[in-house]
Design a protein around this ligand. Structure first.
Ligand SMILES: *Cc1c(COP(=O)(O)O)cnc(C)c1O
Ligand code: SF4
Length: 358
């Protein structure tokens, strides 16, 4: 991960040293209880960065074979840990974040760049694949490491836009008048501080043809206190129309604190959409998916996309066949309002949009 020093611009954590894990003695005393609200930057710093420690905290047996999967490091904030059931190796939240020996399996068809991001990189952290909207990879840090992430091998230190303060990305946006919408993604743009984000937003506001700003983030879900009053005010005051796209895969990820943080955005007039990934052992049955979509609309979030798994190296154990995915979406249609049914899509390198799986 590249970019300036953490104290300068972002809450990006230092590189974890899971091979010399000294965190096994964590105890919930000493002001570290997840129920005690701490600033989101502190929540980032105290996150669990070691699979062995995660297992221990959740009363699960060690799994030495999984340690080798931590070339993509563990990263789980305590705020999310709290929603995982201790002692249950099949917990649907745990499965998303716990390193597994399954990740080491080589499978034909699984590559490091399944969605062709490196082909469509226009330089300076800009990915411009679709008409009218350009995506800025603002930074590499996330507030959770999802084991199925299609960007788990993305070369952030070379590609992220942060190093040059987005000047190349902004030049690109300025020079193409067809770009009406700018997406901030990463990594996770909300791991940047409010000050840095405000600076980027101000620069985008200065581009005449940009009308909308879209923020793709998992922060409101994993560290809900990231949705600060200051951030919400800055975004709702913007002349840009702001949309949020969050990422929830299972109903249990939405607890009272998450509902409150989503409510702040929605209350400020910022629409919030959700994208989920169809994942084996997490949400690949109609009952779980129905519970997720119902929970989302009950907190005011509209299900947007259900992504078919991108075949990134290390994620083959999350695979769900399209036929099964289609059947799940069909049953959602029978049980939920039309607006609660996400569009089931996959990403095809070179396509002009996400491709619906009808
Ligand atoms: C997914 C994606 C978008 C957004 O697509 P929508 O269909 O508008 O949500 C934009 N740019 C890139 C590079 C993407 O991968
Ligand atoms: S938050 Fe998003 S970008 Fe970050 S690891 Fe998870 S899926 Fe990947």
């Amino acid at each position: 991960m590249g970019g300036p020093a953490p104290e300068d611009t972002s809450a990006e954590p230092p590189t974890p040293e899971h091979t010399e894990c000294s965190e096994l003695s964590w105890s919930p005393v000493r002001g570290e209880s997840p129920t005690e609200p701490v600033p989101w930057t502190v929540a980032m710093k105290r996150a669990i960065r070691c699979g062995r420690r995660l297992r221990k905290l959740l009363q699960l047996p060690p799994d030495p074979a999984a340690d080798a999967a931590e070339s993509f490091p563990t990263f789980v904030p305590l705020e999310l840990l709290e929603r995982i059931r201790p002692g249950d190796p099949n917990d649907p939240i745990l499965r998303q974040v716990l390193p597994s020996a399954d990740e080491l399996r080589q499978r034909p068809g699984y590559t490091s760049d399944p969605v062709g991001d490196l082909q469509s990189d226009a330089g300076g952290g800009i990915l411009h694949k679709y008409h009218g909207r350009a995506l800025i990879v603002t930074n590499g840090a996330c507030a959770v490491h999802c084991r199925y992430c299609f960007r788990r091998e993305f070369p952030y230190s070379e590609k992220a836009a942060q190093g040059d303060r987005w000047s190349t990305a902004l030049d690109y946006v300025r020079s193409d008048r067809t770009i009406e919408e700018v997406l901030l993604s990463g990594g996770d743009p909300l791991t940047l501080t409010d000050r840095v984000l405000a600076d980027l937003v101000s620069k985008l506001e200065g581009v005449e043809h940009v009308r909308r700003l879209r923020v793709h983030t998992r922060l409101p879900i994993v560290i809900p206190q990231r949705i600060t009053t200051e951030l919400v005010r800055r975004l709702s005051d913007s002349p840009l129309r702001v949309w949020f796209v969050v990422h929830v895969n299972h109903a249990r990820e939405i607890d009272a604190a998450v509902e409150q943080s989503l409510g702040k955005l929605i209350g400020a007039g910022i629409p919030v959409l959700n994208q989920a990934v169809l994942l084996a052992g997490v949400n690949d049955d109609a009952t779980q998916m129905e519970a997720l979509c119902r929970k989302l609309i009950n907190v005011g979030v509209q299900p947007y996309y259900l992504h078919h798994l991108d075949q990134v190296r290390g994620a083959s154990h999350f695979w769900v066949a399209a036929q099964r995915g289609r059947a799940i979406v069909e049953s959602l249609r029978e049980r939920l309002p039309g607006y609660a049914v996400p569009e089931y899509v996959f990403e095809q390198a070179g396509a002009k949009s996400k491709t619906p799986i009808a």
